[in-house]
Design a protein around this ligand. Structure first.
Ligand code: 5RP
Length: 224
């Protein structure tokens, strides 16, 4: 099976977690796009979605799924999203699609985080994928120096030769060479740096379940 077929498989499998009569939290990315397409087949059974990006909002609306502002909903039963890496504890690196801040917000208002990913995303230790960090533009160089001091190399993410601007009007740094031995402590520490909006380690908002697309079908991993 191709990676694209594995993404379709887990996108469809995630429908089992969607609660009829409720609003579902929806992430961002190519795997989530497969989930959104599958969700359209049961759109008459749900009230709608809270979305984590302009891109997902556009896709949801195009398929006739109502989208609600996250402020309009106190709590969601379930949030479904992809990941760039996930470890055996449900900790993730996210933000490859630059939507990490809104993803963390919607994940935080959800009782359950269902991660959908192809098998290549499962790792023993986080950190091979460059860590996305959303940063306020005037803090970019300062935050780059802070990562350098801990042995990392931060690069400003570009889009058509210009700094990428997120849905929130900020920039993204992609950081390599980090040792993320304790994801919870790492996330807490970097989040406190002035100018950091969101660090792409999801340890406080970790996955409850991962639907992993493998050559032999969908494997369900549950995390405490
Ligand atoms: C977007 C994300 C995505 O969930 C992550 O990048 C995985 O994307 P894909 O499903 O396209 O591999 O965090 O900000």
């Amino acid at each position: 099976m191709t990676q694209d077929e594995l993404k379709t498989l887990v996108g469809q499998a995630a429908l089992q977690f969607v609660v009829p009569g409720e609003i579902v939290g929806v992430g961002t990315g190519s795997t989530v796009n497969k989930f959104i397409d599958a969700l359209a087949t049961m759109k008459d059974q749900i009230i709608g979605a809270v979305s984590s990006s302009e891109a997902s909002t556009t896709r949801l609306k195009a398929l006739g799924i109502p989208v609600f502002d996250s402020n309009a909903v106190e709590e969601l039963s379930v949030y479904i999203d992809g990941a760039d890496e996930i470890d055996h504890h449900g900790h993730m690196i996210k933000g490859g699609g630059a939507a990490l801040t809104r993803e963390k917000i919607v994940a935080a208002q959800s009782r359950m985080f269902v991660c959908i990913a192809d098998a290549s995303k499962l790792v023993m230790k986080l950190g091979a994928f460059p860590l996305p960090v959303e940063v306020i533009p005037i803090a970019v160089h300062r935050v780059m120096r802070q990562f350098a001091a801990m042995g990392g190399t931060a690069k400003l993410r570009l889009n058509n030769g210009h700094p990428l601007v997120t849905d929130n009007g900020q920039h993204i740094l992609d950081v390599t060479g980090l040792q993320i031995d304790d994801p919870l402590a790492f996330e807490t520490a970097v989040n406190q740096w002035p100018g950091v909006v969101t660090v792409g380690v999801f340890a406080h908002q970790k996955a409850s379940v991962c639907l992993l697309g493998t050559a032999s079908g969908v494997k369900t991993l549950k995390f405490e």
